[in-house]
Design a protein around this ligand. Structure first.
Ligand SMILES: CC(C)(COP(=O)(O)OP(=O)(O)OC[C@H]1O[C@@H](n2cnc3c(N)ncnc32)[C@H](O)[C@@H]1OP(=O)(O)O)[C@@H](O)C(=O)NCCC(=O)NCCS
Length: 173
């Protein structure tokens, strides 16, 4: 499933959203390794995401290069929900609505998705703004609840994570 469109700011920039495949896992892993916000995982995990979970994942290509991705899954206990595991846009490609477009793509192509969930650290202003903007576009409510405390992460020193839940979704476009 592929969507293409010219970028409004620069007609020469071509954005393409599509499902990831096995061949994309290394690109996702490299993007995560280069970022300072998200936890780094093994390349193996991105291989699993790009193959076994590709129906709930999307990559964004800008002029043929992968510059962003969103990975997720459908929680078995909440089949009407899409849990966004990681969403990342390379610094040079930020501010072009790529993250919001990727999440919209997952909602639009996710069979029966009524809610979008993720966990977010309280300090991640960009991520909070992203989900607020998504909720507004989908004409959906947005709520935050406590999820993982710092102590849940043991000695790693990881910041607490809140669960954000967007939905029910009233507008899918
Ligand atoms: C969060 C992230 C994915 C946003 O990517 P992006 O493509 O630049 O975001 P978008 O252009 O789609 O912006 C979506 C909305 O969020 C807002 N936003 C994005 N970055 C923002 C920032 N740093 N501060 C405040 N608002 C921000 C935009 O203004 C837009 O709101 P609007 O539609 O009301 O105008 C990107 O900053 C990133 O990769 N950060 C590091 C990884 C991360 O934190 N991921 C999220 C963890 S769940």
């Amino acid at each position: 499933m592929t969507e293409t469109s010219p970028n409004a700011e620069n007609e020469r920039e071509s954005v393409r959203l599509r499902r990831p495949g096995k061949q994309d896992a290394q690109s996702l892993w490299r993007l995560v390794c280069a970022n300072e916000t998200l936890d780094t995982n093994s390349c193996y995990l991105y291989l699993i995401q790009a193959t076994e979970f590709s129906d709930s994942c999307v990559v964004a290509e800008l002029n043929g290069e992968i510059v962003g991705f969103a990975t997720g899954f459908r929680p078995p206990k909440r089949p009407d929900s899409l849990f966004v595991w990681q969403v990342l846009v390379a610094p040079a490609a930020r501010g072009k609505k790529l993250a919001k477009r990727m999440l919209s793509y997952l909602v639009r192509h996710g069979d029966g998705v009524q809610f979008v969930e993720a966990t977010i650290t309280p300090s991640n202003a960009a991520s909070r703004a992203l989900f607020a903007s998504l909720a507004s576009q989908l004409r959906a409510s947005i709520g935050y609840t406590r999820c993982f405390e710092t102590t849940d992460f043991g000695a790693s020193g990881h910041e607490a994570e809140e669960l954000v839940r967007v939905g029910p979704i009233l507008e899918r476009e």
